[in-house]
Design a protein around this ligand. Structure first.
Ligand code: ADP
Ligand code: MG
Length: 326
């Protein structure tokens, strides 16, 4: 397939929105944001062998490439609208491109996102997406608003994606429910939007709970104390790992794309009502403190330390998905 054919294929399927004045095909897209709204802009890249194992299905690569970007919009409370798609492909193979687009566009249609442009080059498999959305002035869920005494909450369950990766790396059978969490993350867009005006700070858990919550603490100038037994686990995770490994995965495993947010205790009932209304479970897992560190405490009051604290690119302990035990 030639670059031109590939772009034509994407253009045919790009999705329609009234606020796209000019989409794919010119030097720039022309877009009309709603009057008075701010634009929320984010970009994330997925590299083959670093962010997904080489054998990942094209559908899942496409799904995840957009989902991780929408997760950033979710973490700000923004409403998604548009995206760009920059593809680096070793070869423009029709089967791969169509599968990839099926996954990407399933995610796009689900959240009414139009592809408005991108770039296509030859090179190692890598996908860069930018996502744009809208947020009212002063409404965004930033990282710097947490205050001592706030509750700390997390949506869904933790550690599932890292558990699937661990099974894959160990050449063990991969639990399908865990695998689905690694390959097809769910951006918590509805929850993020509903938390505007209620949450004091928010982040999506991409690198691991402790690492990401530390970003909130740094930005807000606060500390955090988490309750080890309160961290939510899926039934699949529970069944697949011993307690020690499970907790390590929950506290430090990346790629879950759940929302970790802070809110004043007076909002407890409201947060729970929101979660019920939209059908996304949330769990209270700790409290913001006046310190500057994230501490995990067991019910016996002992401090719990994970063997390692989350994924850091270029870090000494960074293990790549491509590294699988033979
Ligand atoms: P230019 O040389 O001006 O960058 P390109 O030939 O790269 O133009 O792209 C032509 C049009 O196709 C542009 O509108 C661009 O945004 C769009 N485009 C290119 N690659 C992609 C892609 N992978 N996904 C979506 N749109 C793309
Ligand atoms: Mg170009």
């Amino acid at each position: 397939m030639l670059e031109f054919d590939l772009i034509a294929r994407i253009r045919q399927r790009a999705g329609l929105r009234e606020d796209v004045v000019l989409g794919i095909g010119d030097d720039c897209a022309l877009l009309s944001p709603p009057a008075g709204m701010q634009l929320a802009v984010t970009t994330d890249t997925l590299n083959c062998g670093v962010h997904f194992p080489e054998e990942t299905a094209p559908f899942d690569i496409g799904w995840k490439a957009l989902a991780v970007n929408l997760s950033d919009l979710a973490a700000m409370g923004a409403r998604p609208a548009w995206c760009t798609l920059s593809l680096s492909l070793p070869e423009a193979e029709a089967g791969f491109v169509d599968g990839f687009l099926d996954g990407f566009l399933t995610m796009a249609q689900r959240h009414d996102v139009a592809i408005v442009g991108g770039d296509t080059t030859r090179g190692p498999l890598s996908i860069s997406v930018a996502a744009l959305g809208f947020i009212g002035p002063g409404q965004a869920l930033r990282r710097d608003g947490a205050r001592a005494g706030d509750d700390i909450w997390v949506s869904g369950t933790l550690g599932d994606a890292a558990a699937a990766l661990a099974q894959w790396q160990a050449n063990a059978p991969i639990d399908l429910a865990l695998r689905a969490r690694l390959d097809r993350p769910t951006p918590r867009l509805e929850l993020g939007r509903a938390l505007c005006g209620i949450a004091s700070a928010c982040i999506d858990v991409s690198d691991g709970l402790l690492a990401d919550l530390a970003h909130v603490c740094d930005a807000s100038g606060v500390g955090a104390e988490l309750q080890l037994e309160a961290l939510p686990a899926s039934a699949a995770l529970d069944a697949a790992f011993d307690l020690g490994t499970r907790r390590q995965l929950q506290a430090t495993g990346g790629d879950d794309y759940e929302l970790c947010f802070c809110a004043q205790a007076v909002h407890r009932a409201q947060v729970e009502a929101i979660a019920r209304d939209i059908g996304t479970p949330v769990k209270r897992i700790g409290q913001v403190t006046e310190g500057c560190r994230v501490i995990v405490r067991s019910s016996q009051g002992e401090t719990w330390l994970p063997p390692s604290a989350g994924y850091v690119h270029f870090g000494e302990t960074a293990a790549k998905p491509s590294e699988r035990r033979q």
